[in-house]
Design a protein around this ligand. Sequence first.
Ligand SMILES: C[S@@+](CC[C@H](N)C(=O)[O-])C[C@H]1O[C@@H](n2cnc3c(N)ncnc32)[C@H](O)[C@@H]1O
Length: 194
Amino acid sequence: MVAHSAQALATQSGLLGGRQGAPAHRVRGVDVSGFINVDVQPLPNVHWVRGAWQMELVPSAGVDLIYASHVLEHMSMECVRHTLAEWFRVLKPGGLLRLSVPDFAKIANLYQKSRNLEPLLGALMGGQSYEGNFHQAAFDGVYLEDLLREVGFSIVREWKPPAPGMEGVRDSSTATVTVNGVEHLISLNVEAVK
Ligand SMILES: C[S@@+](CC[C@H](N)C(=O)[O-])C[C@H]1O[C@@H](n2cnc3c(N)ncnc32)[C@H](O)[C@@H]1O
C-alpha cells in the first residue's frame, strides 16, 4: 500500500459492467485510481490477492476510504464481524467505509409479492459460477447498521450510486433482478464513518 501512495483500500475487483445475472458483461478487475484493489481471486488490476479480512499489512488508521461492493455476503457471519472490526481499525478517524450488499428485505419483499423464487436466487444465494461465488451471510439495513455500530462506527447512512470518484464504474451497487418482467434494484448501499 505504501508503494502505491494510495489513499484508499478497495475490495471491489471483479466489477460487473452489466448486471448480476449477465455474465457476458462482466468486467474483471476495473482499476479505480487511488485504490488498492483486494480480492481473493487473481483478477486483472487486483493489487493484493487475499481475503478482505486479511489486513495485517495495513497499519491502524492507515487508510481514508474502503469500498466493498457485494463482497461481505461471501463471508461467514463470524468472518463478517472480524472483517468489519479490521476495516474499522485500519481506517483513519473520520475515514469512510462504503458498502453494498444484497438487501434481504428487498429480496424477501419481492418474493412475498411475486412468489417467484427463481429470478431471486442469484441475489440471495450468489451467482454460483465459480468457487467462492456463494453467499454465506445476509443483511438488511437494521442488521447491517447494528454490526457496524458494534465494531465502533458512529455515523451510518445510506449512499446512492455512483459513489463519488467512481462515476462511470458500474458494479453491483446498482444490481437489479427482473421479476415477472419488471426490473428491481436489490442492493443495500450503506456507508459508515469511523
Ligand atoms: C459478486 S462479485 C462483486 C464484484 C464487484 N465488486 C461488484 O460489485 O460487482 C464478488 C467479488 O468479491 C470477491 N470476494 C469474495 N469473497 C471475498 C473475500 N473474502 N475477500 C476478498 N474478495 C472476495 C470475489 O472474488 C469477487 O471478485
